[in-house]
Design a protein around this ligand. Structure first.
Ligand code: SAH
Length: 375
């Protein structure tokens, strides 16, 4: 273990300089919502009405809140529902069933989310930070640096907007519900722990205080920030944990994922195993297959050995062909090499499935759209 990477230390300063997003109803706990409503001179039960509009009807539009008197609606929504996200670009692929949205935040910071509709589920990939301070060399967001952490409401708003569009039948295939949320957009969720946990709580809280999603359908993906992983294990909310490993050896992983110099491969895998012990949730190992960089047969064997050494049934592997970022010298592995990599992991008894690459034709690799805007 060495010192904290410089970029991590910068994050707090940068955030301070950018200022905080305006307070939103969703940032408040149910008790604080009641207090905020009464501070505006309204009856306490209005808090529950607002929560029902937001989390059940998926609306923040005062015109639709017809069970509230007009004057109350205007006061309440004017104060408690500031507009946090403005969609400035939407790209679609797969016949409209993959939708990528670029949002501008109140301070003009930019984030993206990607909605993917499948036969039996719908998944939204959300951003937890504008940019990212962890500088993974193959990741588009990693090249941007960190702008700032998002607030809970800024993350939940991405989810509400996707759930609203699905419920309204705006995505081909008929009206449906949002079933899954993955923190695999821009940012490192565990570097913005408080706002991300606040989001998780609102996703899983039953209506009307939250969206009533199942914790297992919420995936927090991390570069391997061990203390935060251990903290997450103790929250009592068994979300799915994904660990972005990308190499089984410290020499290469420190190059691809610089935070490895702080928490190395063994530290991260031990913590992932502890997460399984605490929650009973099988951990996903993410592995972007980069041609001739990390896709060697010996690395598949080493990964298989390291995972199997920590037991069976606790982990599965999700290799994904690299989605090359603009200007990168790297490209995805050859399909035959990919098949061999998968076969070797399975031979070690590790359940392995290639992750879907939806949206790669619309710069689905996180951060690419925001990066393009900044050029
Ligand atoms: N910071 C978190 C979550 C955001 S990235 C994390 O690192 O896990 C979500 C996933 O996409 C991670 O596994 C990340 O390593 C992977 N990823 C980033 N850039 C990619 C690219 N160009 N091609 C394929 N996967 C990529």
């Amino acid at each position: 273990m060495s010192a904290t990477p410089v970029r991590l230390q910068l994050s707090a300063t940068t955030r301070g300089a950018r200022g905080k997003p305006p307070r939103h109803f969703v940032d408040l706990t149910p008790q604080e919502r009641v207090e905020a409503v009464t501070a505006l001179g309204e009856k306490p039960f209005r808090a529950k009405q607002l929560a029902t509009h937001y989390f059940t009807h998926l609306t923040n539009d005062p015109e639709k809140m017809t069970d509230l008197p007009k004057a109350s609606r205007d006061v309440l929504t004017g104060d408690l529902f500031p507009q946090l996200l403005t969609a400035t670009r939407t790209l679609t692929a797969d016949g409209g069933t993959t939708v990528k949205t670029l949002y501008h935040l109140f301070d003009d910071a930019k984030v993206e989310s990607v909605l993917m509709r499948y036969a039996n589920r719908t998944t939204l990939c959300v951003s937890s930070q504008a940019g990212c301070g962890l500088a993974c060399s193959f990741c588009a967001t990693g090249q941007l640096g960190l702008t700032r952490n998002l607030s809970t409401a800024e993350i939940v708003e991405q989810v509400r907007e996707a759930a609203r569009a699905l419920a309204a039948g705006e995505v081909p295939g008929g009206a449906t519900r949002l079933t899954n949320v993955v923190f695999m957009g821009m940012g490192e969720p565990l570097a913005n722990y408080k706002a991300v946990m606040g989001t998780v709580r609102r996703l899983v809280a039953p209506a009307p205080d939250g969206l009533g999603m199942s914790a297992r359908n919420v995936t927090v993906s991390t570069v391997g920030m061990v203390p935060a992983m251990d903290k997450l294990a103790g929250e009592g909310i068994p979300v799915t944990l994904a660990l972005s490993l990308h190499a089984p050896d410290d020499e290469l992983r420190s190059e691809l994922v610089p935070v490895n110099t702080r928490w190395d491969v063994d530290d991260a895998l031990d913590s992932a195993r502890r997460y399984f012990d605490a929650t009973g949730r099988r951990v996903s190992i993410e592995y972007a297959l980069i041609r001739d960089v990390n896709d060697h047969a010996w690395r598949a064997d080493l990964l298989g050995e390291k995972l199997a050494a920590r037991g069976t049934g606790w982990v599965h592997c999700n290799p994904i062909p690299l989605n090359p970022t603009p200007g990168s010298r790297w490209t995805a592995s050859d399909p035959a090499v990919e098949r061999e990599f998968v076969a070797r992991l399975r031979a070690h008894g590790i359940p392995t499935t290639i992750r879907d690459t939806r949206g790669s034709d619309i710069d689905g690799a996180c951060g690419q759209l925001a990066a393009e805007e900044d050029q």
